[in-house]
Design a protein around this ligand. Structure first.
Ligand SMILES: NC(=O)c1ccc[n+]([C@@H]2O[C@H](COP(=O)([O-])OP(=O)(O)OC[C@H]3O[C@@H](n4cnc5c(N)ncnc54)[C@H](O)[C@@H]3O)[C@@H](O)[C@H]2O)c1
Length: 251
């Protein structure tokens, strides 16, 4: 990479997004931290700057079209045209089908699917102008199935379809689109799931690990490393793929 380039990581205030933002800074990018939680972006921005990149915290709800438009414009003006987008922002609203509310369904669809669509649409023009770009979206092993996650499973499967279609539309402009489907990764999200099912986090994690061939839980850095691979200049022929990063074929 000759000159410094700009990346956007959504949901980068914590967890997988924060580790990814830091990793992209280590790889030579300036990184915008786009998160709805504006109060907790400082640690990620500090980590980006320690790694040698310029960091910028931008508050936005990825499911809101106007906020997405303003956020991407601000990144372009203050950091430079974004040529890497990591669609990572996510929420869970787990419940068995008979108890799942309309709102549980809509919120999960809005953040994961509408959010990734809006962000990808807003950023692609910068990538196309640049003749180079990378879109990486966070799917999940739940895309295959997961009890209590009809909403999340559907959204994460949908992101795989979005990824493959973006790869067809954007490939000729030097832009790749790929997805990562993580298994069990230790973050606030998995802590919240343990709470919901009424287990201590340790018991919940150990139960998950018993089904993982690599015999350990995943770390945010495991996913950040895979993002780094997709974003690498040398990965330009890897397009429209979904990689399960789950310590085995799936959990
Ligand atoms: N942790 C896991 O085991 C796991 C497994 C598979 C997939 N994933 C996916 O990886 C991604 C990151 O997960 P995590 O575990 O780091 O989650 P997390 O809950 O720790 O962090 C999610 C981040 O997204 C932000 N966010 C939520 N709604 C937003 C919105 N509308 N607009 C902007 N930002 C918003 C939150 O403020 C938070 O900073 C998610 O898409 C998640 O579904 C996680």
């Amino acid at each position: 990479m000759a000159e410094k380039k700009t990346a956007i990581v959504t949901g980068a205030a914590r967890g997988i997004g924060a580790a990814t933002a830091q990793r992209l800074a280590e790889d030579g990018f300036d990184v915008a931290v786009v998160d709805i939680d504006t109060d907790h972006c400082t640690d990620t921005v500090t980590a980006i700057e320690k790694a040698g990149g310029q960091g910028l915290a931008v508050g936005a709800d990825v499911s809101d079209s106007d906020q997405v438009g303003s956020a991407v414009e601000r990144v372009a003006n203050e950091l430079g045209a974004p040529v890497v987008l990591v669609n990572n922002a996510g929420v869970i609203r787990d419940n068995m089908l008979f108890k799942m509310s309309d709102e549980d369904w809509d919120t999960v669809m809005d953040v994961h699917l509408r959010g990734s669509f809006l962000m990808s649409r807003a950023v692609q023009k910068h990538m196309v102008n640049n003749g180079w770009g990378r879109i990486v979206s966070l799917s999940s092993t739940s895309a295959l199935d997961n009890r209590g996650q009809a909403n999340y499973s559907t959204a994460k499967a949908g992101l795989q379809g979005l990824t493959k279609t973006l790869s067809l539309e954007l490939g000729k402009f030097g832009v790749t689109a790929n997805a990562i489907a993580p298994g069990f990764i230790v973050t606030d999200m998995t802590q919240a799931t343990a709470e919901r099912v009424g287990m201590s986090f340790e018991d919940f994690r150990d139960a998950a690990v018993s089904g993982i061939p690599a015999a350990r839980a995943g770390k945010p850095e495991d996913i950040a490393n895979t993002v780094s691979f997709f974003v690498d200049e040398r990965s330009g022929f890897v397009n429209g793929q979904v990689v399960y990063v789950a310590g085995g074929p799936k959990t």
